[in-house]
Ligand binder design. Structure first.
Ligand code: NAP
Ligand code: MG
Length: 397
């Protein structure tokens, strides 16, 4: 058989634990037999991040800027326990945070829907994609306990030493206070990534904040989105037959529940954090969430939203066959291959991505799946191990 050819390599970011095991199996079973796979390989597994002083993560992010498309395996974000377990020289930062800081991107998360697993919200027929702004607000805050009566103020000192002050509260007794910020440049990048992704995927874009209460802070987000839309995107959206829609966050929550799905919901940092967990659960399972980081200058990094599935890995190390669900990782590969195919104008590669996704979903819809899905499936299901599942997909493919 002639293998499908690639023009430009994908940036391949390998990872840790069970997902690293899946990574190899997916390539061997579902990719290498069919594609003349070209990748520039970066080993982001924790031992190699430690060995390279995390330089490999930085290099992989710059390679993504160079080639435009990356596919990433889940990686461990070390905590104190991992430092001991892996005998690390340092508690390295989250690779996702490092990559995001270099690419300046926005993360879009969407569930994979299959017939047989119904969302808890029965009106949802299509995926809802969440776009979370990943900079500032309470994630980069400054907080203080107020021990006694006194006055708390916001003070801004400009480059010439001029002060602007605003009273926060005259305290009569103990309390608390918090300062948060954001940057126009970051909000603009976020807005641009959202508008571009909406055009790219031909879906409406919703954006919601609490601008009626936060008349300067949240309102500024709303204005930046509105200006960019009017100046750059309105005509493109009209031509693509899609809509940009701003509404208050509380109104948005109610509308999302009543909707049919099939749109992108852009949210500030905290709202996105909370709502993405709500949506993932309401759509079914964390193991079915995809994630793509889109940078404002058009670079894409695809991954599964779940972690390295540590508990399964320890069982695997003991020689057990696990039923770890590979679907979100397969879809990270298909997302990256399809994007590569679109950018390189290699339709065979896009068609392969479509076929692999279809073979995967057909396998589940035919009643063969890992246990995490079998317990949600509304028809009789055969629960299989990861390797049996991959073999069944290959058969269909
Ligand atoms: P996790 O790896 O997502 O797993 C949590 C639990 O969810 C698993 O124990 C498993 O439940 C279930 N699960 C998740 N993915 C599954 C799949 N594909 N198939 C079947 N079940 C699945 O989260 P975690 O245990 O909190 O984190 C483990 C490591 O991953 C951590 O070191 C963390 O830093 C890292 N992490 C990385 C990323 C990333 O790279 N993007 C994201 C999140 C976490 P059962 O055990 O009940 O079967
Ligand atoms: Mg969260």
């Amino acid at each position: 058989m002639n293998k499908i050819q690639m023009k430009t390599p994908l940036v391949e970011m390998d990872g840790d634990e069970m997902t690293r095991v899946l990574w190899g199996w997916i390539k061997d079973e579902l990719l290498l037999p069919f594609i003349d796979l070209k990748t520039e390989y970066y080993d982001l597994g924790l031992p190699n991040r430690d060995k390279t002083g995390d330089q490999v993560t930085i290099d992989s992010a710059y390679a993504t800027k160079k080639y435009g498309v990356a596919v990433k395996c889940a990686t461990i974000t070390p905590n104190a326990q991992r430092v001991t377990e892996y005998n690390l020289r340092e508690m390295w930062k989250s690779p996702n945070a490092t990559i995001r800081a270099i690419l300046d991107g926005t993360v879009f998360r969407a569930p994979i829907l299959v017939d047989g697993i119904s969302p808890y919200v029965t009106t949802w027929k299509s995926p809802i994609t969440i776009a979370r702004h990943a900079y500032g607000d309470i994630y980069k805050n400054s907080e203080m306990s107020i021990p006694s009566a006194g006055k708390a103020e916001l003070v801004f000192t400009d480059a010439n030493g001029n002060e602007t002050r605003k009273l926060i509260q005259k305290f009569k007794g103990p309390g608390i206070v918090q300062g948060i910020h954001n940057l126009d440049s970051s909000i603009e990048s976020f807005a641009k990534s959202c508008f571009d992704f909406a055009l790219d995927t031909k879906q409406d874009l919703w954006f919601s904040t609490k601008d009626t209460i936060s008349k300067t802070y949240d309102h500024h987000f709303k204005d930046i989105f509105a200006d960019l839309y009017a100046n750059v995107y309105e005509d493109k959206f009209k031509a693509a037959g899609i809509e940009y829609f701003y509404t208050l966050i509380d109104d948005a929550v109610a509308r999302v529940i009543r909707s049919k799905g099939g749109f992108i919901w852009a949210l500030k940092n905290y709202d996105g954090d909370v709502m993405s967990d709500m949506l993932a659960t309401a759509f079914g399972s964390l193991s079915m969430m995809t994630s793509v980081l889109v940078s404002p200058d058009g670079n894409y990094e695809y991954e599964a939203a779940h972690g390295t599935v540590t508990r399964h890995y320890y069982r695997y190390l003991k020689g057990e066959e696990t039923g770890t669900n590979p679907i979100a990782t397969i879809f990270a590969w298909t997302g990256a291959l399809r994007k590569r195919g679109q950018l390189d104008n290699t339709p065979d590669l896009c068609a392969f991505a479509d076929k692999l996704e279809k073979a995967t979903l057909d396998t589940v819809e035919g009643g063969v799946m890992t246990n995490d899905l079998a317990i949600l499936f509304n028809r009789p299901a055969k629960s299989v191990t990861t390797r049996e599942f991959l073999a069944a997909i290959r058969e269909k493919l």
